[in-house]
Design a protein around this ligand. Sequence first.
Ligand SMILES: [Zn+2]
Length: 157
Amino acid sequence: MARRCISASCPTRNSFYSRMSDNLSPEDRRKTMRAVKGKGTRLEKRLWAMLAGMGLKGWKKNAGTITGKPDVVFTSQRVAVFIDGCFWHGCPHCQRKLPITNREYWERKIKRNVELAQMHNEQLLQDGWTVVRIWEHEMADTAIIRARIRHALEGKE
Ligand SMILES: [Zn+2]
């Protein structure tokens, strides 16, 4: 893994992800490229690239038929993974500022996203899924995220 600065003010910190695949073998790099292709937000692509780098099998992107359309599902272990943008989901840690114009619109929209996510979590849990929700800002330490995903998968095997 590339060296990285954990200081929030460090200008190189945000470019960390562009170097994420530095240590990949050619085979892993191919997998990563395959995973990253296709439609998806930048955040989703980062998640997919990370999973591809982990060498895990049996995951699917953008599972449209599953409650809440998880960004990734591991179907056989019934593990659903979401990556939530800190702005769009009103992250309490980041407290992103809302645009000044149309403030009410943004507040409503974000509140709705939070409510929907909560509803989806509950439904998924009822249906026997394990839900892993990742905040955008948590991708700053993928080691923790990778451990959480492995833990969720191991719990289901
Ligand atoms: Zn955040």
